[in-house]
Design a protein around this ligand. Structure first.
Ligand SMILES: Cc1ncc(COP(=O)(O)O)c(C=O)c1O
Length: 411
């Protein structure tokens, strides 16, 4: 690995902050806004929902919601977070498998509920009957096409398309009205053609669905899929191609269904590149000729680099499929020392937990680092702090800092 000190954005700010704080996430508002503007100019006419699960940091969501994004809430907790951040009910879409009765009762007045099964539709209908109201809901569909054009596999998510159509045609529930559909099959796709085909299939499905069921949708949520490069070998999506494809399909769709809004959900595209995790070296030692650097709160502070090493431990260098959001691929997280002087040496970077699995890099080249030197880890804006087992070993949790466009830091 070769270090390019220019790869670290906000280097001076991080240096300053690292004198004040031990280990922390830093989210950059400027980067978030930049990514939002890219999405808006790429997919004109499309509405966006932020997938709160990827990073529910209050400053991050406030920034994203202020740009007109609604919420893709995956739990009642996220419905409440989005509501407290100021979003009205109509902009909070609550889609998750296995909602409890209490979840539904609380969420019914605070969000647009997307039912995940036929039984759940019936439960929402019964609750609405008790409340003497008619509830507009969406349904998550497990569609009759697959993401990669292969055979269709069973899924724990959503309702099989045919079951949904049969159910709607039989019109069994009088206290709910189905006004939207949600489809999501995959995250972190970097193949432009595949993602483009997916969008086309979703539009075509929505048209078939409306014709067959005899209903007009108020919204079509096309889910996520938009990937970001993690490893230096990853190639970004061709957003110009995707944008013009979606624009064409959207204009055909909107001609037939002018009242239906179309959404794309996204978490990592907006937040993923905005964050870094900053940790420091606590110790160094040589054992049997191997140099170890012991860094603070790695596995328990930002788990994904350690998970990547765990996968490597099992499969060595064999290429394997990603398993989001735990494993994206090898070399997904770049580790930059703030110091970059010669001489370089080969080191293994481990964390300060009492487990041998707390490894974030094995035999990599680093400048000579000592106790107190700082490391910056990339791609820590999404599925990072939220996924990390910070309770483990009762260590201090890393802070989450937010760098505003005006240069101020919020905690
Ligand atoms: C239903 C749904 N929507 C959106 C997302 C967000 O995906 P991403 O953060 O890759 O945009 C996910 C992620 O798992 C998801 O399950």
């Amino acid at each position: 690995m070769v270090f390019d000190k220019n790869m670290i954005e906000n280097k001076d700010i991080i240096k300053k902050l690292s004198q004040q704080y031990e280990n922390f996430y830093l989210y950059d508002e400027h980067e978030i806004l930049k990514r939002i503007n890219i999405l808006k100019s790429t997919f004109s006419g499309i509405g966006f929902l932020y997938s709160v699960k990827c990073n529910p940091n209050p400053h991050v969501i406030k920034c994203i919601f202020s740009q007109g994004f609604g919420a893709d809430a995956a739990s009642l907790g996220e419905v409440l977070i989005a509501g407290e951040a100021g979003l009205p009910k109509e902009q909070i879409y609550y889609s998750a498998p296995g909602k409890t009765i209490e979840d539904i009762k609380t969420a019914i007045s605070k969000s647009v509920i997307i039912a995940d099964s036929i039984d759940e539709i019936k439960r929402i209908d019964a609750i609405s009957k008790d409340m003497d109201c008619i509830t507009e809901i969406g349904i998550r569909i497990h569609p009759d096409f697959s993401f990669y054009g292969h055979e269709i596999h069973p899924s724990k998510f959503g309702i099989d398309a045919k079951q949904a159509v049969d159910f709607i045609k039989a019109n069994q529930c009088s206290n709910i009205k189905i006004t939207g559909i949600h489809i999501h099959l995959r995250s972190q796709e970097l193949n432009t053609k595949v993602l483009g085909n997916y969008y086309q299939n979703v539009f075509d499905f929505a048209e078939r669905f409306q014709k067959t069921c005899g209903i007009e949708l108020k919204y079509l949520n096309m889910g996520s899929g938009i990937g970001i490069p993690y490893s230096p070998d990853d190639i970004s999506l061709d957003l110009d191609y995707l944008g013009s494809l979606v624009e064409k399909k959207l204009s055909e769709f909107s001609e037939k269904y002018p009242d239906a809004r179309v959404f794309i959900e996204t978490g990592r595209f907006v937040a993923g590149k905005s964050g870094v995790y900053v940790t420091r070296i606590l110790d160094r030692k040589v054992s049997q000729g191997k140099t170890y650097l012991i860094a603070q709160n790695t596995l328990n502070g930002f788990v994904r680099p350690s998970l990547e090493m765990m996968v490597k431990h099992y499969v060595h260098d064999a290429g394997i499929d990603s398993y989001e959001p735990f494993f994206t691929g090898f070399d997904s997280f770049q580790i930059y020392p703030l110091k970059d002087e010669d001489p370089y040496e080969t080191v293994t970077i481990v964390g300060n937990l009492c487990t041998g699995t707390d490894v974030i890099a094995e035999n990599i080249m680093m400048p000579h680092l000592e106790c107190g030197d700082v490391l910056v880890i990339s791609n820590a804006g999404a599925y990072a702090a939220v996924l990390s087992p910070m309770q483990f070993a009762s260590q201090k949790k890393p802070l989450e800092l937010f760098l505003k466009v005006d240069g101020k830091i919020e905690i």
